[in-house]
Design a binder for this molecule. Structure first.
Ligand code: ZN
Length: 360
């Protein structure tokens, strides 16, 4: 995973290389054996390893709060799809194609990540089961994370899909807060909030080329199933961008709305807007990078447990890699090179023998 080979066959082809005997004490097992072992692996053992790295970082005060709180970001991701292959864990859907309707098989998971000020820490992943939706899968994930990481986070930041009472209730019962994008799913709340915002003067903030008009009202009770009051924050953001072709400046405007259980006393408007935007971290810093550079979506072995085991292993590897990047490499060097450059250095060090094995 760390040298980004991308497939078990690539690993098998490199299996005769001398460096393996130095690093693992023997030849590498075949691709078939690796796939079979990952299909039978105890996932809790890999989760234990991830938690061990977390607790070491926590003890060394390497995990910093963002906007004064510890944040967990939760989001769903479709990891693979196929018309041909399926397993017991595959979800399925009917897809309209030019040759008629076809059944497509796919895998989805829900990922939990501590956002961290310097670097994100991937905490856990849960595969969505056939017949359940993303929120049900996320509730299973969060229940485990609440047990294993009870003090790691204060606030969970999520997409509008998670504006469901059971999801909010679970977190509130454990003393946690939620910030969720407010969308049409909660129409009553959305309409009430819009009506009140139209009567209030926004607070205006300018940072760089972005102007933010922000509204912030608490005490909404229009989401009846939640059975508690909720606060809504709106930010209308206008960014000035210079078009490269014409050289002219243009304004781009975007509107953001969040519903949250945090009171104004617990987190100010600016903090809610910042935390709400942090949700994109899981897309940019974690999932996109995992998929683009670290082959996260590659189906190493099409088996429900193996798919989850490979994801968890990659999470562990990326946490260690980022800890190295942000805690061991001097900022001057880190700013000069991309993380991919550092990953390639590690890879070439393995091949040319300059990467030193440190005995445990
Ligand atoms: Zn499958």
């Amino acid at each position: 995973m760390l040298v980004r080979m991308g497939s078990l066959n690539a690993l098998e082809q490199e299996g005769g290389n001398r460096f393996w005997s130095r690093w693992v004490g023997s030849k590498v097992p075949s691709a078939d054996t690796m796939g079979r072992v990952f299909s039978q692996m105890d996932l809790e053992v890999i989760r234990w390893c991830i938690h061990y790295v977390y607790s070491r970082l926590k003890r060394n005060k390497a995990l910093k709060k963002t906007h004064g709180v510890d944040v967990l970001i939760v989001d769903g991701h479709e990891s693979s799809s196929s018309y041909l292959r399926c397993c017991a864990g595959c979800l399925s859907r009917r897809v309209h194609t030019k040759d008629g309707d076809r059944i497509q098989y796919y895998h989805r998971n829900v990922i939990a990540m501590l956002s961290g000020k310097d670097f994100p820490l991937l905490v856990d992943v849960e595969e969505q089961q056939p017949g359940e939706d993303e929120v049900a899968c996320a509730i299973r994930l969060i229940t485990r994370v609440l047990t294993q990481y009870p003090r790691a986070f204060d606030v969970v930041v999520v997409d509008g899909l998670y504006l469901r009472a059971p999801f909010f209730h679970l977190l509130v019962a454990h003393g946690k807060h939620v910030i969720a994008v407010l969308k049409d799913e909660r129409r009553d709340l959305l309409e009430d909030a819009r009506a009140l915002f139209s009567l209030e003067e926004p607070r205006i903030e300018i940072s760089g080329t972005t102007q933010r008009k922000m509204w912030d009202i608490e005490g909404f009770r229009s989401w009846e199933a939640l059975d508690r009051q909720v606060r809504v924050v709106r930010s209308v953001e206008t960014r000035t961008v210079r078009r490269q072709l014409s050289g002219q400046s243009q304004h781009e405007t975007a509107e953001w709305l969040w519903a949250t259980t945090l009171s104004q006393k617990e987190a100010g408007t600016h903090a809610i807007v910042g935390l709400g935007h942090d949700r994109w971290l899981i897309e940019n810093k974690a999932i996109n990078e995992m998929v683009t550079y670290w082959y996260a979506d590659h189906v190493y072995k099409h088996h429900p447990r193996a798919i989850c085991a490979f994801w968890l292993t990659l999470m562990l590897v990326l946490n260690l890699f980022r800890a190295l990047m942000y805690l061991n490499i001097k900022p001057q060097l880190r700013h000069r090179h991309s993380s991919l450059y550092i990953a390639r250095l590690i890879s070439s060090g393995l091949y040319d023998g300059t990467l030193q094995h440190i005995p445990p």
